[in-house]
Write a protein that binds this ligand. Structure first.
Ligand code: NAI
Ligand code: MG
Length: 505
């Protein structure tokens, strides 16, 4: 560990552009314009690096949700979006990507002061990925049609059968706070490519960049009502969207608990539902790898974005022969991951998103200690006197499979380490969870790699890397980690209905 100066936990100054954005009055983006919410209820926006209230957003009511859904419904039913030439839709989506790219500096700053993630990381990852995803998905507007098929039971030339891909309709999209702008773009891009119209609800903790996105939606040239943004709480705005008669499809990313609730609520109207939920990703280290080589990657797998990642490598399984050295290697990275204010240029990890999240994470670590886990590194909340929600990167060992720190998604920079001897054993341990989102395997032994990849129940398996996610490839969970796949063509198809047409010749 290199010696560093003590950390200054005070947040750094915002830019003039940042201040100006924060001073804007609470508004909703409905029907292509900024509108006043129906009443004056607001939600305070907090900078998690300082704990200070920095702005207010609208806490939308039922009437606002209904207005937004009506705008999306009208835009869909009048074919304002789907009725355009695919080439035009594609061009508008590319324009949106260009506008976001040109605004990257302000967006990265807003993301950092709203979510707590380092501005440098937002600028390097969140904003460019939002842009590239829009660009990737834009192309599907013209490339995800149906097919013609000769009927199986009918003589050739007697029946013409073909399929058409139609947009499912109005999509309600509910996103969480860990990747605010990126998630918003991951959601709207495939829906727009498919021809749907959208009501987007950002998380109440982190709505700023989605509101900034509204400016760009207005300028990019989307017809009125194609994308609407309603800020507010899950139990009010979210619930109403999910139960709304005029919403055809719900796409949600967030906790498994709320995902189940949404799935149940959407059943009444049989809405199409896709869910990206929690995870408790296993990371498996086989005996042939050099622990020192991979320790920085293992630390990143667990601590990136303060561990507030559904694919975080939060359960580490290291072969008995390398276990101690793997833990030592991770412990050596503690200084790199020490939390810092999000606008500190040296920050690699910021605070957690909220005091509530910090409480939750501290509660898990306390429960782990109480259950007999040993704290190899971290476990503390530094700089807490200053109001920020900082938590140190934390490694727990001597854990057993029933402990809550092993079973439940913590969503903080906390990883639990366990030993194994045999591949069969580690496959069983890794699969011993209700979750099934991601898994990582570190080895140069090809047959062990493929053998484990086949046995792990996870929607995405990484070999000798972690967290690689690409717009062209599907992403989603097995078991209670989700329903459906986003990304790639599969990600567009979740916004489409297939119509079969048969014409007698
Ligand atoms: P959450 O699942 O309650 O919130 C996510 C989104 O759903 C937010 O926009 C929220 O407003 C909305 N929502 C909440 N209740 C709703 C309802 N009844 N109907 C419709 N929408 C609703 O997540 P929360 O409470 O912020 O975090 C709790 C835990 O969830 C975290 O500690 C973490 O374990 C997990 N989580 C997982 C995420 C993931 O990417 N898989 C993202 C965020 C949280
Ligand atoms: Mg919640």
């Amino acid at each position: 560990m290199t010696k560093r100066d003590p950390i200054d936990y005070r947040q750094r100054a915002y830019s003039a552009e940042g201040h100006a954005f924060l001073a804007r009055p609470p508004r909703l983006f409905i029907g292509g314009e900024w509108v006043m919410p129906s009443d004056e209820a607001t939600i305070a926006v907090e900078d998690p690096s300082s704990g200070e209230t920095i702005a207010q957003i609208a806490d939308a009511g039922d009437g606002d949700v209904d207005r937004a859904v009506a705008a999306a419904r009208a835009a869909f039913d009048q074919q304002r979006w789907h009725g355009l030439a695919p080439m035009e839709r594609e061009a508008v989506m590319h324009r949106l990507a260009d506008l976001i790219e040109a605004d990257a500096e302000l967006l990265a700053e807003l993301e950092a002061i709203d979510n707590g993630k380092p501005r440098t990381i937002a600028a390097e990852i969140d904003i460019p990925r939002a842009v590239s995803h829009l660009r990737f998905m834009a192309g599907w507007a013209s490339k995800s049609g149906g097919r013609t098929t000769a009927p199986y039971t009918m003589p050739a030339g007697t029946m013409f059968g073909y399929t058409v891909k139609e947009p499912v309709g109005v999509a309600a999209q509910i996103v969480p706070w860990n990747y605010p702008l990126l998630m918003a773009c991951l959601k709207i891009a495939p829906a727009l490519a498919a021809g749907c119209t959208v009501v987007l609800k950002p998380a109440e903790q982190t709505s700023l960049t989605t509101l900034r996105l509204g400016d760009h939606l207005a300028e990019a040239g989307f017809p009125a009502g194609v994308v609407n943004i309603v800020t507010g709480r899950g139990e009010t705005v979210g619930e109403r969207l999910v139960r709304h008669e005029d919403v055809d499809k719900v796409a949600f990313t967030g906790s498994t608990e709320i995902g189940k609730r949404i799935n149940r609520a959407a059943t009444d109207t049989l809405k199409r539902v896709t869910l990206e939920l929690g995870g408790k990703g296993p990371v498996i280290v086989l005996p042939d790898v050099d622990p020192a080589d991979i320790a920085p990657s293992l630390a990143k797998a667990s601590f990136f974005n303060s561990g507030q990642v559904c694919v975080a490598g939060s359960r580490l399984f290291a072969h008995r022969s390398v276990f101690d050295r793997v833990l030592e290697g991770i412990a050596e990275t503690a200084g790199d991951w020490a939390p810092r204010p999000s606008l500190d240029p040296e920050a690699q990890m910021g605070p957690l998103v909220s005091g509530e999240q910090l409480e939750r994470v501290m509660g898990y670590v306390a429960a782990g200690r109480c259950d007999g886990a040993s704290v190899v590194m971290g476990g503390d909340a530094p700089g807490s006197g200053g109001g920020g929600h900082y938590f140190s990167p934390t490694l727990l060992a001597e854990v057993s499979p029933q402990m809550s720190v092993v079973r439940e998604e913590i969503f903080g920079p906390v990883v639990v380490a366990q030993r194994f001897d045999e591949l069969d054993e580690v496959a069983r341990m890794a699969n011993d969870t209700h979750y099934g989102l991601s898994a990582g395997i570190w080895t140069h032994d090809l047959s062990a790699m493929h053998g484990l990849a086949a046995r792990l129940k996870a929607g995405i398996v990484w070999g000798n890397c972690h967290g690689a996610i690409d717009s062209a490839l599907p992403f989603g969970g097995f078991k209670q980690s989700g329903l459906g796949r986003e990304g790639g063509l599969e990600g567009v198809q979740i916004y489409q209905e297939t119509k079969t047409v048969m014409i007698k010749l």
